[in-house]
Design a protein around this ligand. Sequence first.
Ligand SMILES: CC(C)(COP(=O)(O)OP(=O)(O)OC[C@H]1O[C@@H](n2cnc3c(N)ncnc32)[C@H](O)[C@@H]1OP(=O)(O)O)[C@@H](O)C(=O)NCCC(=O)NCCS
Length: 173
Amino acid sequence: MRQLGWCECAIPAREDRSPTWPEGLVGSISHSAGFCVAVVATNRHWDSIGIDIESDQRVEPDLWPSICLPEELQQITHEDVLTTKSRVTRLFSAKEAFFKWQYPDTLRMLDFQDVEVRLNADGSSFEALCLREHRDDSRRCNATGQQFLLEGQILSLVVTEYPKNASKAALVS
Ligand SMILES: CC(C)(COP(=O)(O)OP(=O)(O)OC[C@H]1O[C@@H](n2cnc3c(N)ncnc32)[C@H](O)[C@@H]1OP(=O)(O)O)[C@@H](O)C(=O)NCCC(=O)NCCS
């Protein structure tokens, strides 16, 4: 916030745990074992942000069926269990980042089975789609996200900006 010229202030959590950013800002927060990450931007150009950080290979096999759709698990399962653990953790992280990106605008609670994620082979991006039967409206139903592996941590980011020639004011009016 200081780097953006905003004076520092607390970021209270609402009843639903979502963070309350000061007027004019959008942002997202996430923690993992030993790491935390926060990203903030002015809402003049930036529309919404969702970030998530997870320790690589954190998601154990007993959780896979609850986090992955059957077709997702089929697509990412590898003969080497550690590779599959890493891919499921990436999928988990992508869904959390997508959830945080769409929630402030839609207040839509989503479960892991409500969202389908396609991990791109090179490990640097993913496509997320909110499945039709879980949409109450057409807002924020799909997004492309980026993923990074840093110091054993998987970082997932979904961020959208307003079209170049349109600021928030123009879009809201
Ligand atoms: C919000 C949620 C995704 C956070 O995930 P988590 O693994 O508990 O924790 P993380 O460290 O990644 O993120 C925590 C931060 O998320 C932010 N957050 C919490 N609820 C949020 C919401 N509804 N929308 C956006 N951000 C939210 C908060 O800033 C919180 O940090 P803080 O308490 O220090 O302010 C999780 O608690 C949740 O509500 N999950 C249910 C929905 C979901 O994940 N569905 C499956 C994916 S589609």
